[in-house]
Design a protein around this ligand. Structure first.
Ligand code: ADP
Ligand code: MG
Length: 238
């Protein structure tokens, strides 16, 4: 079954058309990376999938179900942002459990899910700390943990590594790849970093000015870029 299907997604802000008819299919369990220059519409597309932004026209289907009328909390997705967006007054455990609490999940179940996610992310010794007492990398792991505890059908990552220094970026990238294997979840990941795209993706979607330029396996895009834009972005020099 397709985890995600986008059909002719158009988004305009005022008179500016930011997404110009995006079609895309994502298989269950696939790791799909959206790459493209700043301003090409990557975040807007993720926000439309998440339901944080209404598309102007077109359809979003998640696990075979049209979700255009379904609010973000009920789409079975979890989103991880560049800017962690943690609550400063809550501990790591409190941040991870918050959405579950709001959904009415019982305390024992919340604690079990937080403990499991913390184990996966090496966060167990840090659960009682508040965000100010954590490093950038640890905060981003808490943000990822907050997504995992909800057991989403689909993970959306919007440039999750761009606030981390180079060494942490590599570690966290490997961690995300490991999580993808461990959870078997579908992941859609936005970056403007070619290395992240080439190393993480089962499938890369190259976006340019609100349109899909090319979709393919990293090696396919690298070896056979369809045009100069794709070549310049991830292809081999020609
Ligand atoms: P990316 O994530 O690829 O850098 P964005 O999706 O954030 O790009 O933005 C794509 C375009 O849409 C940009 O030109 C941006 O200025 C514009 N845009 C994004 N959000 C809004 C908004 N809420 N109102 C008006 N314009 C927006
Ligand atoms: Mg963006």
């Amino acid at each position: 079954m397709k985890s995600l299907r986008l059909s002719r997604i158009v988004k305009t802000f005022g008179t500016v058309e930011v997404l110009k008819g995006i079609d895309l299919e994502v298989e269950t369990g696939e790791f799909v990376v959206f790459v493209g220059p700043s301003g090409c519409g990557k975040s807007t597309l993720l926000r439309v999938i998440a339901g944080l932004e209404d598309q102007t026209s077109g359809t979003v289907e998640i696990a075979g179900v049209p979700v255009d009328a379904v609010p973000p909390a009920r789409r079975g997705i979890a989103m991880v942002f560049q800017s962690y967006a943690l609550y400063p007054h809550l501990t790591a455990a409190g941040n991870m459990a918050l959405a579950l609490k709001q959904e009415g999940v019982a305390k024992a179940e919340r604690e079990a899910r937080v403990a499991k996610a913390a184990g996966l992310l090496d966060l167990t010794p840090l659960l009682k700390r508040r965000p100010a007492e954590l490093s950038g990398g640890q905060r981003q792991r808490v943000a990822i943990g907050r997504a995992i505890v909800r057991d989403p059908k689909l993970f959306l990552f919007d440039e999750p590594l761009s606030n981390l220094d180079a060494a942490l970026r590599v570690n966290t990238r490997l961690e995300i790849a490991r999580l993808h294997r461990a959870l078997g979840a579908t992941m859609v990941y936005v970056t403007h970093d070619q290395t992240e795209a080439m190393t993480l993706a089962d499938k890369i979607v190259v976006l340019n000015a609100g349109k899909v330029e090319q979709v393919g396996h990293p090696i396919e895009l690298y070896n056979s870029p369809r045009n100069l834009f794709v070549a310049g972005f991830i292809g081999s020099p020609q």
